[in-house]
Design a protein around this ligand. Structure first.
Ligand code: SF4
Length: 312
């Protein structure tokens, strides 16, 4: 991790703070209206984030045009999630989730020619979620949230939200991508008021940008794997994402901006500027003055490849 680059990134963000884009967690195309009953809203976010991984695969983009527009990736997943919420809110009840079938997951989260990959894994994650909500939290996401108090991470006697979530297979990731994403949503909506700082949710966009801009420098055979798109091992994947997470935490601390804002900014940047599939729009980028990949094309890599996971 290059602290000098983190310092420069942090300075740029601090200087542009008023203009940094934020995720609108009240966009009703993707998220429940603010008037939604708390338990239902919590269930919605816990379920959707649990399924929010690896939606597109090479040659199989998860994208479709619905009656109100065309959507892809996570946008399509949450758009379909909202359609289900309007039509059948009981879909999100732990009793229903505990018995959900692969066919139902496939049917409800498919549109046009697109289906999410691994419906078997997604159904298993939802059944696990439903069973454990029933057995451990009295069937209530609100009980889970109350048990966490205001702690992101706690102790064995007073667990935090991330500790409690680890009991679910969907949230067991050691780098805590889904847990951090869920915590960010719940915090931004005012359902959770953390007393300790979150980490960023390390996804492909944040990893790619970290390697390109120079926040994280990788060498040797691991760098060769990243450059040539060879799949890394599970251990390498975890190590890489932990370093990336640490780098953005330092950016957050040095900039004085919360990790939620930093996470939002780089996630939006990965979707709008520093693309994976097409050339990045470097002229519009805040970091064009010192970005390592802009100076030297050898660093214009994609994120590291690790397909076989439901963690992100
Ligand atoms: S300058 Fe270009 S490559 Fe570098 S971070 Fe910005 S958009 Fe990405």
């Amino acid at each position: 991790m290059d602290e000098t680059v983190a310092e420069r990134v942090a300075r740029v963000l601090r200087n542009n703070k008023p203009d940094l884009p934020r995720l609108n967690v009240y966009d009703e195309r993707y998220y429940p209206p603010s008037s939604t009953d708390l338990e239902l809203a919590l269930r919605y976010f816990i379920v959707l984030v649990a399924m929010d991984h690896r939606l597109s695969r090479p040659g199989h983009p998860y994208q479709a045009c619905l009656e109100d527009g065309c959507y892809s990736g996570a946008d399509l997943l949450y758009r379909l999630g909202m359609r289900i919420l309007h039509e059948n809110p009981d879909f999100y009840s732990p009793e229903h989730l505990a018995n959900i079938s692969v066919d139902e997951v496939k049917k409800l989260f498919s549109a046009g020619d697109s289906s999410p990959p691994d419906p078997e894994i997604r159904a298993l994650l939802l059944r696990d979620l439903g069973c454990k909500l029933l057995k451990l939290f009295n069937g209530s996401a609100t009980v889970l949230l109350k048990m966490a108090g205001s702690r992101v991470r706690g102790s064995i006697f007073e667990p935090g939200l991330v500790d409690l979530l680890k009991v679910f297979r969907a949230y067991e990731d050691p780098v805590e991508k889904k847990s951090m994403l869920l915590t960010k949503f719940l915090t931004a909506r005012g359902y959770f008021k953390p007393i300790d700082e979150l980490d960023v949710a390390v996804d492909n966009h944040l990893s790619r940008i970290a390697y390109r801009v120079g926040l994280v420098a990788v060498s040797g055979s691991l760098w060769n794997k990243i450059k040539s798109g060879v799949e890394v091992s599970s251990e390498e994947d975890i190590l890489l994402r932990l370093i990336v997470r640490r780098a953005y935490k330092i950016v957050s601390q040095k900039s004085g901006l919360g990790t939620g804002l930093v996470d939002d900014f780089f996630w939006i940047m990965g979707r709008t500027t520093c693309f994976r599939e097409k050339p990045p729009i470097c002229d519009k980028c805040l970091f064009k003055g010192f970005c390592r990949a802009r100076k030297n094309n050898a660093f214009m890599v994609s994120e590291h490849v690790y397909y076989n996971t439901w963690y992100y």
